[in-house]
Design a protein around this ligand. Structure first.
Ligand SMILES: [Fe+2]
Length: 307
């Protein structure tokens, strides 16, 4: 395995991971065969990629990159607190959230019911952040979306408290975290779970989820601007390279920035088919390096949760 800068990328390389916060690439491993995918990666916010030399169809010189320095083992394991209680709470909240999404899909929505779930799950993370994250990593694949949403929601409310935001905003952060990806109910599972490169049409489908989620929530009476903004803009980046609107800098409100940081942190520290999860400290260090994409102040605050 070799870590190479994206400028060295060429067709015939087998990509194990693109170090990039966008879901089009970050979850996928594939043999790079088309100019179009090559161009997309070059135009993405990624700076480096992990390449599997053995599975590549072109010869790659080891001087083209460096050994990946991330350890293959998950980070330091749980400390203290009561893992059984946390596991029970996560399991209960996962069931509650799955039921809410079932209602959402069937058109019967009562978004106000999400507030208490968000607050309870936030309290659970607050009591023991390390255990909470460990537990959310153990869930089965089909629970992945719900568990990711729970983790993002809990991280967001905790960050909101650390930032001394008011109770109403914190609750909106929690709800926003739970439903930020609700637009994915309109994206076929085959596309969401596909491991190879996406066709332009599939990429378009994935990139439509923030906007379709926003329209869905608005159409069902969601009035909190914070929740709506989180849903619509959680894939925007500070330098304007994100989507759907390409907002940049001050155009991104604090709640949106909070969601982006928590969303990417949870994605990076979750297991992927090709490798163990990044450790928390590696994920935070990498995000801090990407100051053009993420709000560094928030990355530092997030890291304080796990000290
Ligand atoms: Fe998303």
């Amino acid at each position: 395995m070799l870590r190479i800068p994206k400028s060295m990328l060429r067709k015939g390389m087998y990509i194990e991971a693109v170090e990039c916060p966008t879901t089009e690439f970050s979850l996928r491993r594939f043999l790079l065969q088309s100019d179009e995918v090559l161009r997309s990666i070059r135009n993405s916010s990624a700076s480096h990629l992990l390449v599997n030399c053995a599975r590549s169809t072109v010869k790659i010189d080891s001087s083209e990159g460096s050994e990946p320095d991330r350890p293959d083992q998950p980070g330091p394991s749980v400390k203290m607190a009561d893992p059984v209680a946390v596991r029970q709470e996560v399991s209960r909240a996962t069931k509650a959230l799955r039921e809410e999404f079932r209602l959402i899909i069937s058109g019967r929505v009562d978004l106000s019911r999400l507030g208490p779930t968000a607050m309870e799950i936030g309290a659970s993370l607050e009591a023991s952040p390390d255990i909470f994250l460990e537990v959310t990593r153990l869930k089965s694949k089909d629970e992945g979306t719900y568990v990711h949403s729970l983790a993002v929601s809990a991280l967001m409310t905790h960050l909101g408290r650390l930032l001394d935001l008011d109770a109403k905003t914190i609750e909106a952060l929690g709800i926003g975290g739970l439903i930020h990806d609700v637009g994915k109910i309109h994206v076929p599972n085959a596309v969401l779970r596909k491991q190879g490169p996406l066709t332009p049409g599939e990429m378009k489908a994935i990139r439509s989820h923030p906007e379709s989620g926003y329209r869905f929530l608005k159409g069902h009476g969601e009035r909190s601007q914070i929740v709506l903004d989180i849903c619509r803009h959680h894939h925007e980046m500070l330098d304007g390279s994100g989507y759907p609107a390409g907002l940049a800098g001050d155009q991104l409100s604090l709640p949106i920035r909070i969601c982006t940081v928590c969303d990417v942190f949870d994605a990076l520290t979750s297991p992927r088919p090709y490798k163990h999860a990044w450790t928390k400290s590696d994920a935070l260090a990498w995000m801090y390096e990407q100051g053009h994409l993420f709000d560094r102040t928030l990355v530092i605050r997030l890291s304080s949760i796990f000290e």
